[in-house]
Design a protein around this ligand. Structure first.
Ligand SMILES: Nc1nc2c(ncn2[C@@H]2O[C@H](COP(=O)(O)OP(=O)(O)O)[C@@H](O)[C@H]2O)c(=O)[nH]1
Ligand SMILES: [Mg+2]
Length: 328
């Protein structure tokens, strides 16, 4: 049995980038247990002054595109350029089949060994099953640990892109070179979220195909309103494995952040994200209160049952129930 950590132990450990304590702090904010939640909330309050200073980078792409490999290579590159790097992975697959996908490299062993890197592998339970996601809170803990870049890997399917886009400053889309009809395979939504596109796995053998992909992507981008005015979304040719295109990516990210800082959209985006999160948590807490309130419990179950038995409209049942909730 290890000794239970005090609030101060957590704070000290986080601030000295103690990887073991960082890991424990993240486990704490992920926990659903009320006694953990209370100390987690206190911890998040205490570290607030030390958060907000990192660059939060989301990385998306289909499974197998090379996201984890990219993060490992790019992370090392950034460290060589004076950054401290934290990595968070969002991998709901672990909760679905306890396995990983397509030669997954979530462990990023080489990067993990670096004293200036902190890697938090997939959460033990996915959030796509309706469990609230706490990646943002994990990110704050990393920021308080003094990490300059927080890299967040999405799983590339479902809602994970939107969730990551809602907590990051830069969204990088990793694209693999495909055959002719590849543009059809790209979800429009992802193109609209992307701030940078990295065409991965480019080699001398497929260079001409890669260039064609770039031309097609560049054309497609003309029909998309970028998130940021005056920003031309770069399409970078590279290889995560061969470590090509990393310097260009690094420079473009820095350019993008300084553009956003200068024109005020950096802070504006963060404020909008915070509002969204606030509303998300209001919904979460109301639902939780509704489920746990003994006086209302029967009523909650009854309305839910009515809806599930198709006796009435789910939205009317919800509306009736919420009226009761606020009358109390
Ligand atoms: N040839 C080549 N293979 C790569 C490159 N980047 C990643 N891979 C391989 O693609 C596979 C999937 O990579 P992974 O990083 O796990 O993809 P993820 O699912 O997007 O995280 C692995 O076998 C990698 O070694 C690259 O630049 N070139
Ligand atoms: Mg991966």
């Amino acid at each position: 049995m290890t000794k239970r950590l005090s609030l101060q132990d957590y704070i000290d450990g986080i601030q000295s980038s103690d990887k073991r304590i960082l890991g424990k702090a993240i486990t704490l904010v992920e926990s659903k247990k009320p006694e953990h939640r209370e100390i987690a909330d206190q911890l998040l309050k205490e570290i607030l002054p030390f958060t907000g200073k990192s660059i939060r980078i989301g990385i998306t792409g289909v499974p197998g595109a090379g996201k984890s490999t990219f993060i490992e290579s790019f992370g090392k590159f950034a460290i060589q350029h004076g950054k401290k790097v934290a990595v968070l992975a969002i991998d709901p697959s672990s909760s679905i089949n306890k396995g990983s996908i397509l030669g997954d490299k979530t462990r990023m062993e080489e990067l993990a060994k670096d004293p200036n890197a902190f890697i938090r592998p997939s959460p033990s339970s996915g959030f796509l099953g309706g469990i609230a996601n706490t990646t943002f809170e994990s990110l704050l803990i990393c920021e308080a640990g003094g990490y300059d870049y927080i890299l967040i890997e999405t799983v590339g399917v479902g809602q994970s892109e939107t969730l990551v886009n809602d907590i990051t400053d830069v969204f990088l889309f990793l694209k693999v070179i495909g055959t002719g009809d590849e543009l059809q395979g790209i979800k429009r939504g992802i193109m609209e979220m992307a701030d940078l596109i990295f065409i991965n796995k480019v080699s001398p053998e497929n260079l001409s195909n890669a260039k064609m992909t770039k031309t097609e992507l560049t054309r497609a981008l003309q029909f998309i309103t970028p998130k940021e005015k005056n920003w031309k979304i770069p399409v970078i040719l590279g290889s995560a494995l061969e470590k090509n295109g990393l310097d260009e990516t690094f420079n473009k990210i820095e350019d993008y952040i300084s553009l956003k800082t200068k024109n005020g959209t950096f802070i504006e985006t963060r404020k909008n994200q915070a509002q969204k999160r606030f509303e998300f948590w209001v919904k979460e807490y109301i639902l939780e209160k509704a489920k746990n309130d003994h006086l209302l419990e029967n009523s909650f179950q009854q309305h839910k049952k009515n809806a599930s038995e198709l006796l009435s409209n789910p939205s009317s049942e919800a509306s009736d129930f919420v009226k009761k909730l606020f009358e109390n």
